[in-house]
Design a protein around this ligand. Structure first.
Ligand SMILES: [Zn+2]
Length: 288
């Protein structure tokens, strides 16, 4: 941890936000969840983890962090385990894409949706797609999960779920990270190990795990392992934020679109070799 404070949008007044936007056109929106995490971890694991990683990266980089989007797409956990509070994927998509509108209205031009819950992958891709089509072309958007920041983060987080691929939950990685961040909320005496299996279909958590957790070495979780995951993830996020802040978006649209299209089309139609029979489409006629 560093001694510097994170730049948290929610702790500023609107008159201060004016200055924040002038200092950084990049903003991060952390996305958590409220869902069961086995018998040994609290409901807010995903929100606590993504928020801690984002806040520490902000302290090191100065990039502002929007208030965490806490309720999200957790339907895959079923209603068997009490405490989960899910939005449907469609509601999550709508909510996230609308929040993008408001961040752009504030003046930000680069939006990074940083995910902390596996079930949000699809909704976040959709939200980015929808917002991108709707927002001004100079706005840049990206969404990704913190464990996908680098292959090393992924390897550390999913080390005890080799068969289930993307499906890890309240496992060695998540439990270790919680032991580092909030040991007061972890009950290791209740932790259990649960095999991951390479199923070919998608099942909800009620069918996959009696405890609600999936991971072969959850009981071996340590705060030291959690600190390593935290450091690797924060370092990767700071590096990515630096690249995002520096990145010039690809060439923007021309001012006169009709003229650009006419010129470009003429150019391609006149390209050398266009009359060469070898370059003509065959419509399958020449195929054997
Ligand atoms: Zn989780």
């Amino acid at each position: 941890m560093t001694g510097r404070r994170p730049v948290l949008l929610g702790e500023h007044s609107w008159v201060e936000v004016v200055g924040l936007v002038e200092q950084s056109d990049l903003v991060v929106l952390p996305i958590g969840a409220v869902e069961q995490h086995g018998p040994h971890l609290p409901l807010l694991v995903d929100a606590i983890q993504v928020e801690a990683i984002a806040h520490e990266a902000s302290a090191r980089s100065g990039v502002p962090i929007a208030p965490t989007f806490t309720y999200s797409s957790s339907q895959g956990h079923s209603q068997l385990f009490p405490g989960t509070m899910a939005l449907s994927p469609g509601t999550t998509v709508t909510a996230l894409s609308e929040l993008c509108d408001w961040l752009v209205a504030a003046g930000f031009r680069k939006l990074f949706l940083l995910n902390g819950h596996v079930g949000n992958g699809g909704p976040i891709w959709n939200a980015v797609d929808i917002a991108q089509a709707r927002l001004p072309r100079e706005v840049s958007l990206h969404g990704m999960s913190w464990w996908d920041l680098t292959s090393e983060v992924w390897r550390l987080v999913t080390s005890d779920c080799p068969d289930a691929d993307w499906l890890f939950h309240a496992n060695h990685g998540e439990t270790s990270l919680m032991l580092h961040l909030r040991p007061d909320l972890v009950r290791m005496d209740r932790a259990v190990d649960q095999d991951d299996i390479a199923w070919t279909f998608t099942y909800d958590m009620a069918k996959l795990s009696r405890s609600g957790a999936i991971g072969r070495r959850t009981t071996e979780a340590t705060a030291a392992d959690g600190e390593r995951i935290f450091e690797v993830a924060v370092t990767a996020l700071v590096e990515r934020l630096g690249r995002m802040a520096a990145e010039e978006p690809p060439e923007s649209w021309p001012k006169d679109v009709r003229r650009w299209r006419a010129t470009a089309a003429a150019e391609y139609l006149d390209e050398p070799g266009r009359n060469d029979p070898a370059n003509q489409p065959t419509n399958g006629k020449d195929l054997p």
